[in-house]
Design a protein around this ligand. Structure first.
Ligand code: PLP
Length: 458
């Protein structure tokens, strides 16, 4: 089938996520066809270095035959096994046990989902259930961060604080609240210690306002991804975790992006030595080879739910595809590649090279801020470095970035507010990293050459 007819069929029938539907009809799809390592090829035969690992998920990179083999073998042997009615399957059991072994602290209980949004949704349901059965049914309000992203389920979209996920969707609910993002580059609080103190004070004030007996949980990404790769100061996560404990609310770390080596360690919370009450994961769990997410739950919460749930009554939360054996087999192989396969280690090395290269780009006239941890990075563009001036929306910077990025053969995420997000695969070679940096620099130079943009910098 010719690419043109695929594009027509796409336009006529395929609804895409998070896009202007009419804008997509006008532009048409870029059809991706194959991939190997960190390189994608589209239907036009154009090759692109994937600096975004698909959607921050293909952490091990493309084309691992060993993953294909375990998936095919599992499909042949047992393509599906329900977790209902006390049934289970070997890959799901082994993956839950392996995650419990690798996760920090006492996060020893795993509920599998199909991705991140339903992991967040499941966490919300478990938290409600926990407080209801342990005799504190008033604890219902949940707090998250401005610029946070917690998926797009009906409930999760309200914890998310990105306007496109609220507008027209009647979100957030009256039980969902947001406090300011730490956002060091644009935080009026000042230095790192002041940023941390301001976040802790904001959480305390919000809990006080809602009434301590009415607040259930605080949700945070260790590094805010979709909100613009906001890297908080060292110690921020620990301070927020301790504040949540002092306030008697649960602390949920949403590791859907930061999990599985994205920031260096296996989980982002390890950077600050934090053990959350619940942790949501997805993406890198299976590296996108098969859909899967997971909620990891502490011994304390698990035990409280198990012991306080009405005797003999089912805890009514479940999905047909929870703990899917093929995804679980994929997850086990992906975890093996991270650890014994050396990909986590390679990711750490590649992260250092990438971070150093991006730091050199900080001198570029368009670059206001570079923030990196491991292989997760954000580059914030400005039209005046000293004043940190956001480019005027009329300049259409994100559109230019996407267009020139494609021309130069590099994929990154051009957020609407002139922040460029990077999440290259952990398998990147030195050459991949150098090529990625060179193509991004070329893209920045191309954007700078647009007459309106150059004039805005003058
Ligand atoms: N939570 C975070 C932190 C995310 O970044 C995402 C997706 O990017 C989600 C939840 C939702 O995951 P999914 O898109 O797999 O539903």
């Amino acid at each position: 089938m010719r690419a043109n007819s695929l594009i027509e069929l796409d336009r006529d029938h395929l609804i895409h996520p998070v896009i202007s539907w009419k804008g997509h009809e006008a532009r048409g799809a870029t059809v991706l066809q194959s991939a190997k390592g960190a390189t994608l090829t589209d239907a036009e035969g154009h090759t692109l270095l994937d600096g975004f690992s698909g959607l921050w998920c293909v952490n091990v990179g493309y084309g691992h035959e060993s993953i294909v083999e375990v998936a095919a073998e599992q499909m042949r042997r047992l393509p599906y096994a329900t977790g209902y009615f006390h049934f289970s399957s070997e890959p799901a059991i082994r993956l839950a046990a392996r995650l419990a072994e690798l996760a920090p602290g006492d996060l020893n209980h795993v509920y599998f989902t199909l991705g991140g949004s339903d992991a967040v949704d499941s966490a919300v349901r478990f938290i409600r259930y926990y407080y209801n059965v342990t005799g504190r049914p008033a604890k219902k309000h949940m707090i998250a961060l401005e610029r946070g992203y917690h998926g797009s389920s009906t409930i999760g979209a309200g914890l998310t604080a990105i306007p496109a996920f609220h507008d027209g969707f009647d979100a957030p609910t009256t039980l969902q609240h947001h406090i300011p993002s730490p956002y060091p580059y644009r935080n009026p609080a000042g230095d790192d210690a002041a940023v941390i103190a301001a976040s802790v004070a904001a959480l305390k004030a919000k809990v006080e306002e809602l009434g301590p007996d009415n607040v259930a949980a605080f949700f945070a990404e260790p590094i805010q991804g979709s909100g613009g790769v906001i890297v908080p100061p060292d110690g921020w996560l620990k301070a927020m975790r301790e504040a949540a404990r002092d306030l008697d609310i649960l602390f949920v770390a949403d590791e859907v992006i930061t999990g599985f080596g994205r920031t260096g360690p296996l989980f982002g919370v390890e950077h600050d030595g934090v053990v959350p009450d619940l942790m949501t994961t997805a993406k890198g769990l299976t590296s996108g080879y098969s859909p899967m997410g997971a909620v990891l739950m502490s011994d304390r919460i698990y035990r409280a739910i198990a012991d306080h749930a009405p005797a003999g009554k089912p805890i009514g939360h479940g999905f047909t595809y929870s703990a899917h054996p093929v995804s679980a087999a994929v997850g086990l192989e992906v975890l093996r590649l991270y650890t014994e396969g050396g990909i986590l280690e390679n990711g750490r090395r590649a992260g250092e090279r990438f971070g150093a290269g991006l730091a050199r780009l900080a001198d570029h006239p368009l670059v206001g801020d570079v923030r990196v941890r491991g292989l997760l990075a954000g580059v914030e563009l400005v039209t005046n470095k000293a004043k940190r001036t956001k480019p005027s929306p009329d300049l259409g910077i994100s559109g230019h970035l996407a267009r020139f990025g494609y021309k130069n053969g590099v994929i990154f995420r051009a957020f609407a507010d002139d922040i460029v997000g990077f999440a290259p695969p952990l398998c990147c070679t030195d050459d991949d990293i150098d090529t990625l940096l060179a193509r991004f620099e070329q893209t920045l130079n191309d954007v700078l050459d647009v007459a309106d943009v150059r004039a805005a910098l003058a």
